[in-house]
Design a protein around this ligand. Sequence first.
Ligand SMILES: Nc1ncnc2c1ncn2[C@@H]1O[C@H](COP(=O)(O)OP(=O)(O)OP(=O)(O)O)[C@@H](O)[C@H]1O
Length: 639
Amino acid sequence: MKTTTQRATLREFFPYLRGHVRVLVLVAVVSLVSTGLSIAQPLMVQQLVNAVSASEPATVFVWFLVAITLGGAVFGAAQSYLLQRTAESVVLGVRRSLVGQLLALPIREFDRRRVGDLMSRVGSDTTLMRSVITSGLFEIVSSILMFCAAVVLMVIIDPLLFGITLTAVVLGAGGVLFLGRLIRTRSRDVQDAVGSMTAAVERGLSGIRTIKASVAEEREAAVIDVEATKAFRAGIAMARLQAAVQPIMSICIQGAFIVVLAVGGIRVAAGELQLGDLIAFILYLFLLVMPIGSAMGAFVQIQSGLAALDRIQEIARLAPERIDERHLTGSPDAVAEHAPRITDTASGLPDPRSGSAIDVRDVSFRYASAEDDATAAAAEGSSADSGRGTSGAAAANADAARVDPSDDGGPLVLDGVSFTVPAGSRTALVGPSGAGKSTVLALLERFYEPTGGGISLGGVPLPQIARSDLRERIGLVEQEAPVLSGTLADNLRLAAPGAGDDQLRRVLAAVGLDALGDRSDDGLELNLGEDGIRLSGGQRQRLAWARVILADRPVLLMDEPTSAVDSRTEQLLQQTLGEASRDRTVVVVAHRLSTVADFDQIVVLDQGRVSAIGTHDELLGTSELYRDMAARQRLVTHA
Ligand SMILES: Nc1ncnc2c1ncn2[C@@H]1O[C@H](COP(=O)(O)OP(=O)(O)OP(=O)(O)O)[C@@H](O)[C@H]1O
C-alpha cells in the first residue's frame, strides 16, 4: 500500500552505519590500497614497454607488476568480505528495529495495513538495502578515487587524447543520470508490487481451509496471479531502464576507445608520442571505464536501495504505541486528586485486588475511515519532514490525526455508553451482533482511544495509566482465541513467562485440557502447529482461558469465551470462572444468555448505545430487547 511519497535520501542511510564505523574505516583503507595498486599497474606497464623499446633492463618492472597484481587481488578479496559482513550486520540491525517497531505499532495500523506487505518490508526491502553498502556506497567511493587518479594520469600522458575521452564520458554520464530518477521510481513500484503480491499470498495461505472448502483455489490463484503479473510488469519496466544504462555508457566509451586508438596511432607514427605512453593511456582508459561501469551499476543499486529505504522508513516513522506513557493532563486539581492514588503502588495503580472498579462514562467511538487513513498518512509525511524517527511532537500529531473526536470519519460505533463495573463483580455485555460489545473491550485494553467520554480503572482515568501497567492488570480472552505457532508451553507462558511446569499442568486441568498435554510424549512441548492448526476450536478457546488464568490478572475481559465448547466443557469453564472471579473484576461479552444469567449485572448494548442495565431477572421485566433475546434462546417461553 502506498501511503506516502516521502523519498529517503542517502543521508538518511548513514545512521544505520553508525555502529560499524571502525570496520568501515578498515574497508576504506583496504579499498584505498587496492585502488592504488590498480592505478600503479599501467604505470608499471608503461615503464616496462618503454624500457623494452629502449633495450634497457626490465626485469624489476616485471616483478613489480606481478606483486601489484597479486596484492590487488588479495586486498580486493578482503574488501569484498568485510563489506558483505558489515552489510549483513546493518541488515540485522534494520530488521531488529523494524520488527520492534512493527510489534509496537498501535492496533489501528494493523487495521489499515496488510500483514503480507509488512512482512515483505522486513524481508525483501531490507535485503535490497544491503546492496547499497556492498555494491553501492563503496563501489562509488572507490570508483571515484580510481576515476580521479586515472583522469590525472591521462591528462599528464596526453591532454588531447584525454579531451576526446572526456567528451564521451560526459555524454554517457548525462544520459545515465537522467535515467537515475526513473530507476528509483520504478524500483519503488517493483517493491510495492512485491509487497502486494506477498499480501495476496498471505491472504490465500492464511485462509486456506476456507478457500479449499469453497473450491476457490483457482479463483484465489487468479487473484495472486494478478498481483504477481503486476510485480512482473514492474520488474520488466525496471529491467528496460537498467538495460538502457549499460549500452549508453558502452557506446560512448567504445567510441572514445576507437578515436583514441586512431589518433594515438597517428601520433605514435609521427613520433609525437611513445608507444608505452599510448599503451598506458589505453590501460587508464580501461581503468576509467571499469569504475564508470561499476559506478553505474552501483548507482542503480543505490536507487533501488533508497526506494527500499523509503518503504522501511515509512514504517519507522509511524508513531508507536507508547506503552509506558501516561498523560497527566487536566486541571492541577484533577491531577492532584489522582496523583496520590497513582503513586500508591510501585506500578502506579491502586491495589489491584481492592480498587479495580471499571467506570465507562459517556464513551463514544468510531473506527478510522479510509479518509482518516489518508489524513494519517499525510501526518506521517509531515512528521517525517520535521526530522527522522518518531519525535514526540510528530507522534502526538499523528495520534491526534486519528482520534480527533470532531472528525466525521467512520460511523459512530459507540454513542454515549455509560456503565460501572464494581470491583470484584461480574458484568456481562450482551446485544445483537455489531452492537459494539467487542469494541468496548478493545477500549478497555486501550487498543484504541475513545473519541468522546472516558474510562477509568480503580478511579484512575485510563490515559493516566501506562498501557503496560494497564495491560498487566487485564487478562483478555479474545473472540477468535488466537494460538501462536509453537508449543503448548510457549502459548501458556506468553503472559506468565516464569510459570513452572506444575503450574501449567494445573491450569490445563482447570480448563479440561490436561489430556492435550498427555497426548504425546512431548507433553507440554507438544507443537501446536502454525497458528495452532492442530487444535480444535474448543481447545483453542480453552487454551486462551488457561493463558489468562495462569497470568493471574485482577481484571478479566472475555469475548464470547465459551462459544466453541460443548455444554459439558462449558459447565467446567463456568465453574472455573466462578472460582477465578471470586477476587477479580470480570467483564464477559456473551451471546448465550444462559452463561451469564447469574452475573451481578448485564449491560444490553444495541447499535452502540446502552439500551438497558440490570440483572437477568430485572431485564426480563424491563428490557424488551433482552426478553426477545432470551425468548429466542428458549430461556423464557415468550417474548
Ligand atoms: N477494526 C475495525 N475497523 C472498522 N470497523 C470495525 C472494526 N472492528 C469492528 N468494526 C465495526 O464496529 C461495529 C461494532 O463491532 P463489534 O465487533 O464491537 O461488535 P460486537 O457487538 O462485538 O459484534 P459481534 O457480537 O458480532 O462480535 C461493527 O459495525 C463492525 O463492523
